[in-house]
Design a protein around this ligand. Structure first.
Ligand SMILES: [Zn+2]
Length: 698
């Protein structure tokens, strides 16, 4: 391009030129995604990816104000109104809510609310907490009790008239009050805000059928709900399992008096026969800590709900106080959306390193720029194997989508191809083991690559790490660091060497003071008396985890007896398949493995069952086979403590009451679970009765 200019000018111009290209491309991509999302209801990327792209565009436009343009997607945010539907103006703008992502945000919001209220009114503050349903927001109009109009939220000011489709939603009453025996008369005018949604199970069932029949599926229940209601043919909507909750009266006119609180309104709407989610909670301002606990607890239990929830909404209950509080910009001051931490995040993959596992399997791992997911900082994630990386075309320096669900190891879902800058480079599986330098092997037809060197120190380190782990011999203070050190020093050449460690030499090493060594020594000593199934687990035999180990050691009084068992005999045991049986027999067929057991015995490690010891370890199994549901606040135990108490005695704790529930344990201010228990005739216990349960039955 500008050949005659100085170097400096050229590079500046190039940067600007690149930025213009990148901005242009981003705009195009975002427009396309918006169209797919809002109009076609068939998004090609996740919300997170979309947000990342959008954020990138905002940043670039901020850096290059000269490239701003009125037709950029950043100028008009989301919510296009499809021309396929008649536009309808909402009676008042559909507001958005302030978001909170942490408890600090929640408490800060409360302080702001109080600050904006006259001091003498602060005593009246109570709050309502409701789930934040993840569906399609709808605005419903009733006149003289007749459902006359229903619209999408659209851009907040205008929505799409989808009345015929909404009429197909069975939960939506076409006339209120629904029950003729109620004494209520319909208000002259009622405009409601609600959420149309699809249950997770219905969504999955539909997608499974759909995948089989047409190959086109929906990304998530929300898109499914939206897509179902934005059909031109309401016959299609009618065939979809769309449900509805209403959660706010926007306009309520007629002969009053009408409730003065939001919760009163919810109750009133419920009495009219409208679908109101029953488990909303009210908290006084003095009980704000309890509110915060409830919010946190709700976040943990939200997956148990049949529908998707991405947070809770906290509102000031008094409508008069709401009016006093008013708005800040577009957001009401009296409401807050508390968003639960997502399970996915976008970050940069800076490197790929390989790990040698206990079995010699080589696992590539992504080194990530640290990112918060669900309150945990994630710095690495698994990439499974070579094929996974190749099939998804994951490269070093890629921006990637990472998922972490529960306690599962985080994994890289995919690279965001639109975020590539040209600095990405492909990765190749190393040819030799990073721990021992021997060539790596990948057998034909197998996805995994292995280091097959039996003497590979990395494998021994992993074996030791597994052996001392909590699920196996549970040696406190003994972790990967100790495993690495002792293997490297040559102290450990096989697993039994853990019981023959040269403590004097260890104490001479840096970082191993007298106290630390004494603790480690006694932890090693203590582990000798673990139940024998723990030792069996610790051996790391293929397919033999803690459950299988327990099953096996229930059949055999000692490892000697187990070692003598044939494959046939082993496969007769319930829960032991031929693969496990073969694996166990193979392990003990090897002479060094038998010698290892003898070495354990010589060290004084328990290799036979001690029934009494085991029973003591578990406690009496009072609640075996029983299912419990907890509700409300117990006087002395937290929910976690009560759960642990029940589980330690063989019981199960679930989230919802059903015919299969054995007992409901109820504390103060119980929720709808108690009502349901009473309806179903499930016995209700208080905390004292739960704790006294053994005495009662014995
Ligand atoms: Zn190796």
């Amino acid at each position: 391009m500008a050949e005659t200019k100085s170097n400096m000018d050229v590079s500046e111009e190039q940067t600007a030129g690149n930025a213009a290209d990148q901005i242009g491309q981003l705009r195009e991509t975002i427009r396309e995604h918006q169209y797919r999302y809002y109009i076609l209801d068939a998004p090609a990327v996740s919300d997170l990816e979309f947000d990342a792209l959008f954020q990138k565009l905002l940043e670039l436009e901020a850096e290059h104000p000269e490239l701003r343009s009125a037709d950029s997607p950043t100028v008009r945010v989301g919510g296009d109104v499809s021309e396929r539907f008649e536009r309808t103006r909402h009676p008042a703008p559909m507001l958005s809510l302030q978001n909170a992502f942490s408890m600090e945000d929640l408490y800060a919001w409360r302080e702001r609310v109080k600050r904006f209220l006259p001091e003498e009114r602060r005593g009246e503050l109570t709050y309502v907490v409701e789930p934040k349903f993840d569906g399609l927001t709808v605005v419903l109009h009733y006149e003289q009790g007749q459902f006359i109009l229903g619209a999408t939220r659209g851009d907040g000011e205008y929505g799409e008239n989808i009345t015929p489709n909404l009429r197909t939603v069975r939960r939506l009453p076409l006339r209120i009050p629904v029950m003729s025996e109620t004494k209520l008369t319909a208000p002259e005018r009622l405009v409601l805000r609600g959420e149309a949604y699809v249950d997770k199970a219905d969504f999955e069932a539909y997608n499974r059928r759909q995948a089989a029949e047409e190959g086109r599926t929906f990304a998530n229940p929300r898109n499914f709900a939206a897509g179902s209601l934005r059909q031109l043919d309401s016959g299609i909507s009618a065939g979809r399992p769309v449900k509805l909750w209403v959660y706010q009266a926007l306009i309520l006119e007629g002969v009053g008096p009408f409730p003065a609180t939001h919760s009163g309104n919810l109750e009133y709407l419920n009495e009219l026969g409208l679908p109101v989610y029953p488990d909303y909670r009210c908290f006084a301002d003095e009980a704000f800590d309890a509110l915060a606990d409830y919010v946190a607890d709700f976040g943990e239990r939200r997956h148990e709900l049949p529908f998707e929830v991405d947070g809770v909404v906290v509102k000031v209950d008094s409508l008069e106080l709401q009016t006093i509080l008013g708005f800040t910009g577009k957001d009401p001051r009296w409401a807050l959306a508390y968003k639960f931490a997502g399970e996915e995040a976008v970050t940069k993959l800076t490197d790929i390193v390989v790990n040698v596992g206990r079995t010699g399997a080589i696992t590539p791992n992504a080194v990530l720029e640290p990112v918060q997911i669900g309150g945990v900082t994630v710095k690495s994630a698994t990439l499974h194997n070579e094929d996974y990386i190749r099939d998804l075309d994951i490269r070093i320096n890629d921006t990637v989508l990472v998922k972490r669900a529960g306690d599962v190891i985080p994994k890289v879902l995919r690279p965001l191809l639109e975020m590539r800058t040209g600095e990405e480079r492909a990765w190749l599986m190393p040819a030799v083991c990073p721990a021992c330098g021997e060539p790596l092997v990948r057998s034909e037809g197998e996805a995994a690559t292995y280091c097959v060197n039996n003497a590979c120190p990395a494998q021994l380190v992993r074996e030791v790490e597994h052996f001392v782990s909590r699920g196996a011999m549970d040696v406190e203070g003994f972790g990967i660091k100790q495993a690495e050190l002792f293997v490297e020093q040559g102290f450990i050449k096989d697993l039994a060497d853990i019981y023959y460690l040269p403590w004097e030499s260890i104490q001479a090493m840096e970082g191993y003071g007298e106290k630390k060594v004494a603790n480690l020594m006694s932890a090693v000593e203590e582990s000798k008396s673990r139940p024998v199934d723990r030792l069996l687990t610790g051996l790391g035999i293929r397919f033999v985890g803690d459950v299988v180990a327990e099953t096996l050691m229930e059949q055999y009084a000692s490892l000697d007896e187990l070692m003598a068992a044939s494959v046939d005999e082993l496969s007769q045991i319930e829960g032991i398949g031929p693969k496990i049986a073969q694996s166990v027999a193979d392990f003990f067929a090897l002479e060094p493995n038998c010698a290892l057991i003898e070495k354990f015995k010589a060290a004084g490690v328990q290799t036979a069952s001690e029934r009494t010891g085991q029973a003591e370890d578990k406690g009496p199994q009072l609640f075996a086979g029983m299912t419990f549901v907890l509700t409300g606040t117990l006087p002395n135990m937290t929910r976690e403590e009560a759960t642990a108490y029940i589980e330690a005695r063989g019981g199960k704790v679930t989230g919802s009451v059903s015919g299969k529930t054995s007992y409901v344990v109820a504390g103060e201010s119980p929720g709808s679970k108690l009502d349901k228990a009473l309806r179903l005739g499930v016995t209700v216990l208080n905390e004292a009765e739960l704790l006294g349960f053994g005495e009662k039955t014995e």
